[in-house]
Design a protein around this ligand. Sequence first.
Ligand code: DC
Length: 214
Amino acid sequence: MGFVIAVDGPAASGKGTIAGRLAREYGLPHLDTGLLYRAVGLKVLEAGGSLDDAEAAQAAARGLDARTLSDDLRLTTGEAGEAASRVAGHPGVRAALLTLQQDFAAQAGGAVLDGRDIGTVIAPDATAKLFVTATPEVRASRRWKQLTARGDAIALEDMLADIRRRDERDAGRGAAPMVQAHDAALLDTTDLGIEAAFDAARRIVEAARARHGL
Ligand code: DC
């Protein structure tokens, strides 16, 4: 495996921004794996299906074209995130998305992936592993600011309830639950702005690179 950076953590922890900045810093391709689950959830909803229907979700996951995802704004809504979290609990969905993610991680030059199970399941041999977190209150307020800035009407306390429910579901599921890998560095961004969080992330990656002699 090349130079792979695995970034995991709960919703709105800052992991996506950090992963994107690390990718630019090191000139690596970046995959936001949450988009895959969001696309599967939306496909099921758009077909009029139920998110509890494991078969339908697995079929949607098998037909996914990852190249079309990054520019689709519908994937960034709260509804898509909630749908993603629900379909992500079906082991068949996770299995259907496994090869695509592992192939991305195995690219010759390396890669950055962010999600919930990158350091534990997708790329257990990653060069550097970060588990990015922050208190639910801070994460809810960040996400609320993002969503209201683009005109979505949502109350802060509903956002906090959503975040808590998602954490519970993502960490409590049987299949590849969200958990800090034993060899991942914990990065708590509760009191950090984006620049300070990115600096801390870069230091973690540099230390990991030095350990690997890269
Ligand atoms: O990171 P995100 O908010 O876009 O992820 C949406 C949901 O997708 C998340 O609540 C759980 C699921 N997910 C997952 O189970 N495994 C991943 N590697 C990424 C996301």
